[in-house]
Design a protein around this ligand. Sequence first.
Ligand code: NDP
Ligand code: 2IT
Length: 454
Amino acid sequence: MTLIATKYLSDLIVQAESKNKNEPEFIQALKEVLSTLEPVIKEHESEYKSLALLERLIEPERIVSFRVPWVDDKGQVQVNRGFRVQFNGSIGPYKGGLRFHPSVNQSIMKFLAFEQIFKNALTGLPIGGGKGGSDFNPKGKSDMEIMKFCQSFMNELQKHIGQDVDVPAGDIGVGGREIGYLFGQFRRIRNAYEAGVLTGKGLEYGGSLARKEATGYGLMYFMREMLKASNIGLEGKTVIISGSGNVAIYACEKAQMMGAKVVGMSDSSGCIYDSDGIKLDVIKEIKEVRRGRIKEYLDVVQGAKYFENTSGTPRIYEIKADIVLPCATQNDINIETAKLLVNNGVIAVGEGANMPCTNEAVEYLIQNNVLLAPGKAANAGGVATSALEMSQNSIRDFWTFDVVDKKLEAIMVNIFNQCQREVNEYNLGINYLAGANIAAFKKISNAMIAQGII
Ligand code: NDP
Ligand code: 2IT
């Protein structure tokens, strides 16, 4: 981890560590952001100190944690834990996804909500930072069980959300099916059609075209801009993608549209390697329709290979490629994996997931001249398009795919340009992570200062 020289910042981290014990992911995200803000903090140290600006920035405005009881298909009562972290509402209603995964805990919720504040600021749209979810495991559950869980979850969540208050969406384990059940229950309880309360809705009832594609497409728009700034093109480049969920599938689609060759994808069990290029229609059928395992690709495509994960380290990263897109979960790429990627001659890493690289891995990649597209900038296309869905809901309109996609592309180009501007201003070389954090922080800090001590 880069040494933090400014005492205000290093003291703040010590204080945060003692106040947020057992929250390693949250502390990791704090360190990643705060260490890169040093040049800006130095310029305004006494003002920020007198306003306790950073102390307020790292303390969530509100955290709700609640019991989610539901009855499974066997008639047994199950109990899960639900969360909503409303971290910072200075730029707009809290906005961020819901994650359903057994690993969910307060630390993971807080790191995601903290990252979301910066990501949402970069979009240029009026949305604050939040995140939520549950330790519920959707794997192997029937549609009826998913519905019953979603309804129980919404019974409590509805007290805390609203189209001008807090607007959840999908994340790991939450896609169109779950958003549908959540919206239905919200509508039933409120007896009002408040479409903008959730995003990622179905197209028949207030969803936006291109929202499903937005995170993956946006990642590739950012990647194209970042490579272009170094005079590199995407045509003919080999790509590997970790994950095969929403972000991974549409990153793959856009990478292929841009002329790159995707040779590997994965799920939590293992990865497939197809030297001829991944057949995405097969992946979509397995993952979007059958909710199956990536290994089933071999049943359809002759000549492809499957490598099962045997330890905690995902095997996808053993496949040599020019561009690596981690689109699964946090801390997928540690320092050992980063070294492997550099040895394999990687040119660029694009973070489709939130915090997929450890801080040490990020530092190592940048030091070794790997172009790193930081998640909070590169995967912002999803939430940006969620904000476009909210706009359509507000004006009761429905835009074409092309209109939304063009807006998304313009937003991603603008996000890259903001990162580049700060990189130039502070002489940061290719450290686009620092550029992203600084650009977002300038906006958030100005909004917080303007609104007084709250
Ligand atoms: P999905 O649930 O659709 O897909 C997750 C994928 O990652 C699955 O293929 C899953 O495999 C795989 N995976 C591998 N290891 C893990 C693990 N330990 N925990 C969870 N998943 C794992 O999620 P999304 O595609 O929506 O999200 C992927 C990442 O992108 C997350 O980090 C999310 O926060 C981030 N993100 C998502 C956005 C969105 O709009 N959806 C926007 C911005 C960021 P398996 O099926 O075996 O579990
Ligand atoms: O991490 C993210 O940005 C998301 N899961 C999308 C959030 C949203 O509100 O669309």
